[in-house]
Design a binder for this molecule. Structure first.
Ligand code: FEO
Ligand code: CA
Ligand code: CA
Ligand code: CA
Length: 617
């Protein structure tokens, strides 16, 4: 076998100090500007963003959504100064979205229809044309590519669940479509130029006041209420608007097409979007499983070999998954302009697996197919009557085959030099009594990053733990990677390699031992530069931890999430989600002055070197 390739990238900035201000912090020699904050108009149907929160639902439908998360930059005409930024909008801050927060009747019902519509429209995905003008990226208002996908946008269903009885609804009696995408957290993209948005905490948007089905119980659909109360609307005539009632999936009628019992079955997927074709519909790729998808990345491509896609299920004790396409990769497909047809080829048929991490760094991908073996020596066919049934209850099937319960699988990313796949395990404070080799810490408040290499067959892999989160002053049992004040972190979440081999790690912090010292942040490291003379990968230890450098710190109250980079590596984009009192101005590192309270706006931050060079090196 050929030895793994080594990146020659060397981080060219000094690790910055922790920061706790209403501003971002960046290394010396860099500038950071706010780009496409929540409420930025995308076309002429939207009024300009208003600082008093009075923009309408129609404004919101035609403006950038709220709570930016995963994203990707798609160049136009191969340019590094002109392209489309696709941005996820995970959820909303109702207090910031409306002038005085949401309005309720005295008996706890939503009273303002436009408020709920505005909330629905603040979710989803934005596609935004951006251009670099005099060193600063600008949104191109009214560009034909600009568009919004919201929690109400019609989307196609593809893969095994398309046209199945599980997807038959009042809206789509043949089971071919659904409405909206929700809780779009991590993201991915494909080798053929499409965007993948991932549906994470969608179960919280639905309620079933009756008896939960097996899959609803397993995924955690509520029996009492929805996240923002969209289903209980006040009104004399008791009229219930279909656009909101559909989130109440209690069976009330005689069949799936005269109530909303199947509405949630349209959520929990990887959703493919062709940003280059503004007339295209988004497609939900059901073959990749139905769970709380955090992200979705493809493994190292090899001509003539299937493509693997990896996706974590972010919840305590949930699993890591891989989908392997039936179709072998044909590099000519990278240049197709029928991108969603290429998506059909690779993402509708294949095999879904759940990961089992065994002792000694050995792992096994367990097939979630009817003949997949269960831990009691039977097969999934003994518990499920079809592949569709397995997919609807993906996590339930993974329980039966014996997948390894993890400490909240978040993003995955692939080292472009070695092909090694990395996964953030953000934390798991409820791991109180049993560890496993891949999740070795009880009460894992600080999280860790695990990685693996798939073997020669589709079912084998080898793995190790790359770095453990910790406060710098943690004891030897806690600070296992020897972190210092200059790189201590906890709750790793966003995770992206750039093509130079730099790994960017973003945090979504819950651990006070670290948040006392710094806000959420983005760190960088070049793992493949650490290969030893035999080409063996090294883990982060006290001996080499200075290779992990803090590059960026977010403002108070936020998490840092979502990474994109231009093809010339001269601009990095990172998202600020749920800031407390920011941004004060277009300069992202300008501190909101004491005594001033701004309406907080999630936003993308563009980061460039003042000398115009590549970011990071
Ligand atoms: Fe939305 Fe798992 O972070
Ligand atoms: Ca996340
Ligand atoms: Ca998180
Ligand atoms: Ca978040």
């Amino acid at each position: 076998p050929t030895p793994p390739l080594k990146s020659s990238a060397v981080l060219g900035f000094e690790s910055i100090a922790g920061s706790k201000t209403d501003a971002v912090a960046i290394p010396a020699g860099y500038s950071a500007y706010v780009l496409a904050p929540w409420g930025t108009p995308l076309n002429t149907k939207a009024a300009a963003w208003k600082a008093d929160g009075s923009n309408t639902a129609v404004d919101q439908e035609n403006s950038v959504g709220m709570h930016h998360d995963g994203m990707h930059f798609f160049p136009l005409n191969d340019a590094a100064d002109d392209g489309l930024l696709c941005i996820n909008h995970e959820y909303i801050d109702e207090d910031a979205l409306h002038p005085n927060g949401p309005t309720y009747s005295t008996d706890g019902k939503r009273t303002v229809i436009d408020e709920i519509r505005k909330e629905i429209n603040a979710h989803g995905v934005s596609v935004v044309r951006i251009k670099l003008v005099s060193g600063i990226w600008q949104v191109v208002e009214n560009d034909r590519h600009n568009r919004r996908f919201t929690a109400a946008t019609v989307m196609d269903i593809a893969g095994p669940l398309a046209y199945s009885s599980y997807l038959e609804t009042r809206y789509s009696p043949d089971g071919s479509q659904t409405r909206g995408t929700l809780n779009n957290c991590g993201n991915g993209y494909t080798p053929w130029g499409t965007y993948l948005t991932c549906e994470e905490n969608w179960p919280g948007y639905f309620v079933n006041n009756g008896t939960l089905t097996e899959d609803q119980t397993r995924i955690g659909i509520s029996t009492s209420d929805t996240r923002y109360g969209w289903t209980h609307l006040a009104g004399d005539d008791e009229e219930r608007l279909d656009e909101f009632s559909r989130f109440d999936i209690t069976p009330t009628g005689s069949s799936a097409t005269n109530d909303y019992r199947n509405e949630a079955n349209g959520y929990g997927y990887i959703v493919e979007i062709d940003p280059y074709n503004p007339n295209s519909r988004a497609i939900k790729r059901t073959a990749l499983g139905r769970f709380r998808h955090e992200g979705c990345v493809f493994g190292k491509l090899e001509e003539g070999k299937p493509i693997s896609f990896y996706s974590g299920h972010d919840s305590r004790f949930e699993y890591l998954y891989k989908f392997v396409s039936d179709a072998p990769w044909d590099p000519a497909d990278a240049n197709s302009t029928n991108r969603l047809t290429v998506g059909d080829k690779y993402m509708n048929a294949g095999t879904l697996y759940a990961a089992k991490f065994s002792e000694d760094g050995i792992g096994e991908w367990l097939p979630l197919t009817l003949d997949g073996m269960t831990t009691d020596g039977k097969t999934l066919a003994d518990s499920f009557d079809s592949l569709e049934a397995i997919i609807i209850n993906t996590a339930g099937a993974a329980d039966l085959v014996g997948a390894t319960p993890m400490d909240r699988p978040e993003w995955t990313t692939v080292d472009p030099f070695t092909g090694t796949v990395y996964l953030t395990l953000t934390n798991n404070s409820k791991r109180t009594d049993s560890t496993n080799p891949a999740n070795p810490r009880l009460n894992n408040n600080f999280g860790h990053i695990i990685r693996w290499d798939d073997g020669e067959t589709a079912t084998e892999f080898t793995w190790d733990i790359f770095v453990f989160g910790s406060p710098a002053d943690g004891d030897a049992e806690t600070n296992l990677s020897g972190l210092t004040d200059l790189n201590q972190f906890a709750s790793p979440d966003g995770l992206s390699f750039d093509q130079r081999g730099i790994l960017w790690v973003q945090t979504d912090n819950g651990a006070s031992e670290v948040t006392e010292e710094t806000n959420d942040q983005m760190l960088a490291i070049v793992p493949s530069s650490m290969l030893d003379a035999d080409g063996k990968q090294q883990v982060l230890t006290a001996d080499n931890q200075t290779q992990l450098k803090r590059f960026f710190v977010g403002p108070n109250g936020c998490e840092v999430t979502g990474f994109a980079i231009t093809p010339d590596y001269k601009t990095v984009f990172a998202n600020i989600q749920h800031p407390g009192n920011w941004p004060y101005s277009d300069k992202a590192d300008e501190i909101t002055p004491a005594g001033i309270t701004v309406r907080p706006r999630a936003a993308t931050v563009m980061i460039r070197k003042n000398d115009g060079g590549e970011v990071g090196i």
